[in-house]
Ligand binder design. Sequence first.
Ligand code: PXP
Length: 244
Amino acid sequence: MHLGVNIDHVATLRQARYAFSLDAPNCEPDLVAAASACERAGAHGITIHLRADRRHIQDRDVERLRASINTKLNLEMGNTPAILDIALRILPEEVCLVPENRAEITTEGGLDAAGQIKGLTPTVSRLQKAGIRVSLFIEPEPAQLAAARQLGAEMVELHTGAFANALGKARDREVERLVTAATQAHTLGIQVNAGHGINYQNIALIRKIPHLAELNIGHSIVSRALFVGLERATAEMLAAMAGD
Ligand code: PXP
């Protein structure tokens, strides 16, 4: 299982102080330094979400990270022409298409791929023609997986938010839903990733899901980094993913 570290929250911290003075000499924390700390610890990729409202990651971050990352860049984005143009210019190794709603605190719910086949088809095809592997961030539901297959996406990222928020029997049901979806995706020949709300505790249950190729984890790693540093926080998550 590979790990992509989502460093959006590092940018959130920087924006809290420097949103209007990104050129200030003391502007911090630096995203390139954050990405390289994750890579030094063994992360397999860096994930960022360039939102239409630019609340955390900025266009210049995407360019600087593209130039400095040694592993791979996974760009999360909404399906809009302006962001698609940026993706086609920057050429991340991977794009994960996500829903985007201005009022949300973070991505809520998966992309309704089944309901948006028409709008997604040209985007997926333009990204793929540019050599970018495409993932769809979807709920673990049969109709969404069928849509991912119809769209020809190389990967899906199963939304683990409902699982992360559930307790007791409800959580067991969410694990079952994820197991079923991962099995279906694998049968369809689609790479299975997962993300949202995964932390150092619930990773033990995530490990029960079959066929998982990659996890994208942000909040818990960046939170732990406040106490132990980003390199160690990333290494600890990698160890937890391996069951150590
Ligand atoms: N994957 C996707 C598609 C996301 O939108 C997010 C949140 O930005 C994550 C993974 C990471 O979620 P978390 O910060 O809860 O680990």
